[in-house]
Design a protein around this ligand. Structure first.
Ligand SMILES: [Zn+2]
Length: 336
């Protein structure tokens, strides 16, 4: 079984060179760990952990997000971490890939406690994984914590769809466009800007959603993939609202999404709105929660029926938007 990162694999799948800019960044990260370990061995620490789920146990379901609080015995002025989880993409011939998931920490105010979102990607291999944290107290040596989390397979539907054949059998030109779109989003989703949201996330349209995040789809009888976002009922021309404050990271046209907008909410949280008929927000715009940023539509190379597709990305991973909105609301509640 070959191991590689999602970005390398998908880049290769779409015809991109194996080594992309992001790969270099990940390597530098690992090197810095090795160097610091040689200079001064890091003390292993065990922060107190609170898991904000029903059981309080260290358990995450694929596609879902868990809010976690870590409390150290002394105040920390530097904290970083990651939660690498392996997944297996059916479309990749059962290759085992790793989603690195660099984490963003929300300080709790006392200098000793921090909260973070942990997620498991769709198609995660059910197993135990390590939440890795590096912390440095003021004037102190770097410390490391490794905390086990169990990842479980979720209950998702199996569906079949008929879409434009260019989607299941793309020409070299369309494949090149898809590869370009993929690289664009990869670069955006790696950004870690300051958190810009302080209120709960809201729905992008008034209409109901189809609860179809994570569906295991077969398109035109041949193409297998997971539905990585959530669809909302929205006739063409329905006002689309920003789900929270943020900066528009992308406003343009891509092959599968058609007219599309992506908002960087900060803290490694992004929302993306697909198949729009009109875009009213532009790259670099600061938007507020509930602002009308676009009108919904049916654009995109797969020729979808009219609806709004929402992607929610946390730590570089597509997660269930409804589940994430509830988890984020819990964080805000704790912050008072
Ligand atoms: Zn969709």
């Amino acid at each position: 079984m070959m191991k590689s990162s999602r970005r390398e694999f998908l880049g290769a799948l779409l015809g991109a060179p194996l080594v992309v800019a992001s790969g270099c960044k990940a390597m530098r990260h690992e090197q810095s760990f090795a160097v610091s370990a040689e200079a001064a061995p890091e003390a292993a620490i065990t922060p107190r952990v609170t898991n904000y789920n029903a059981s309080g146990r260290a358990l995450i379901v694929e596609g879902k997000t868990l809010l976690v609080a870590l409390t150290f015995t002394t105040s920390m002025n530097q904290l970083s971490g990651s939660f690498p989880v392996q997944f297996e993409a059916e479309s990749a011939g059962s290759q085992s890939l790793t989603e690195e998931q660099p984490l963003y920490f929300y300080p709790a105010g006392d200098g000793r406690s921090f909260r973070t979102f942990l997620s498991a990607p769709l198609d995660a291999i059910a197993d135990s994984y390590q939440l890795r944290v590096t912390a440095r107290p003021q004037n102190g040596a770097q410390q490391q914590a490794s905390l086990p989390y169990s990842v479980q397979t979720g209950a998702y539907r199996q569906t079949t769809l008929t879409l434009d054949r260019n989607f299941s059998n793309p020409s070299p030109e369309i494949l090149e466009q898809m590869r370009h779109d993929f690289q664009t989003m990869l670069e955006i989703y790696q950004r870690r800007t300051e958190r810009r949201w302080s209120k709960p996330f809201v729905r992008p349209v008034a209409g109901p959603d189809r609860a179809n995040f994570g569906d295991k789809r077969t398109v035109n009888g041949t193409k297998h993939y997971r539905h990585q976002g959530l669809d909302y009922r929205a006739p063409i021309g329905t006002p689309v609202h920003a789900i929270n404050d943020g900066i528009v990271a992308l406003s343009g046209e891509q092959w599968t999404p058609g007219q599309t907008i992506c908002i960087d909410h900060g803290g490694g949280v992004f929302s993306k709105y697909l198949h729009l008929s009109e875009r009213h927000a532009h790259e670099g715009d600061a938007v507020r929660r509930d602002d009308v940023i676009a009108l919904s539509g049916n654009t995109g190379g797969q020729r979808p029926a009219p609806h709004l597709h929402l992607d929610l990305v946390v730590n570089g991973t597509h997660v269930d938007p409804t589940d994430f909105m509830n988890t984020a609301a819990r964080l805000i509640e704790l912050e008072g």
